[in-house]
Design a protein around this ligand. Structure first.
Ligand SMILES: [Zn+2]
Length: 273
């Protein structure tokens, strides 16, 4: 991954690259909102953060167990026997160890110190309520534009060009998303042109990347807060400080909801008033 990103930086004539790992929640029928979210990691931190997260998994497992067989997939860790497929590998780990491990993973994200302090982790997300039709495209557009805005702002602040590269958990509609991103790059959309993305998003298997798994933890924590009838703030609380922000506004998270006008008290809406 480090070779890939270093190569991208040179190709783009950039000083450095942020990698944005994305996942989604709320795609099932009847869901009250669609969420696309994840984390932007500077290229120099990708390997180190993957190692930290693998250490979190290792600490939760019996001695000798292979961490690579255990994916950081929040819903599966919480309920390893749920679903129609074969039982999850996590079923062999006690519920106390699993919950402790999840807290350890969220804390690891919150406390991670980047190799270069000028390039901290930054979270991004869009929570789109309303009719299912069009929610996914809207959520992508919001997230990619907010990521692009951060790169533009940081390029200005640091005096050196920053580029971004987007990696999404693999799924069936990837070609639609790639087409949409290409068109967003080429023409002014409702929110402006994406100027700092090195290419269209690529899709990878989350089993192979702890950072895609961290994106799963991010979108799942948002789902627990925004998607349930009784909001559960237990998991997202660790992550609020990590969403991209400038001038006291939480730019990294969009809550597209009719409740904004009614004075939605959630942290991103409150920061915009
Ligand atoms: Zn809100």
């Amino acid at each position: 991954m480090r070779c890939l990103t270093a190569g991208l930086s040179r190709l783009a004539g950039a000083t450095s690259t942020y990698l944005l790992y994305l996942d989604e929640s709320g795609t099932h029928g009847g869901s009250s909102c669609l969420i696309i979210a994840g984390l932007a990691v500077h290229e120099r931190d990708a390997w180190f953060l993957q190692q930290r997260l693998t250490d979190v998994v290792r600490r939760a497992l019996p001695a000798g167990a292979d961490p690579s067989a255990f994916e950081l997939h929040a819903a599966e860790i919480k309920s390893p026997l749920h679903g129609s497929g074969p039982p999850s590998a996590w079923a062999q780990v006690s519920v106390d160890s699993r919950l402790h491990m999840m807290r350890d993973a969220y804390r690891t994200l919150r406390t991670y110190r980047p190799v270069d302090g000028r390039f901290p982790l930054a979270l991004f997300g869009a929570v789109v309520e309303g009719r299912p039709q069009g929610r996914e495209g809207r959520a992508y557009e919001e997230v990619l534009h907010k990521f692009d805005e951060m790169l533009t702002r940081r390029s200005r602040e640091l005096g050196e060009r920053q580029t971004g590269f987007v990696i999404h958990d693999k799924r069936t509609i990837e070609r639609d998303v790639q087409r949409a991103t290409q068109s967003w790059r080429e023409m002014a959309s409702r929110m402006g042109v994406l100027t700092h993305l090195a290419d269209v998003p690529v899709f990878a298997d989350s089993k192979a990347s702890r950072l895609l798994q961290a994106a799963d933890f991010t979108s799942w924590a948002l789902w627990r807060f925004y998607g349930l009838t009784q909001p559960d703030a237990d998991w997202i609380t660790e992550l609020w400080p990590l969403f991209d922000r400038a001038n006291e506004v939480m730019h990294g998270l969009i809550h597209a909801s009719p409740r904004f006008r009614e004075g939605c008290p959630c942290p991103p809406c409150a920061s915009r008033r």
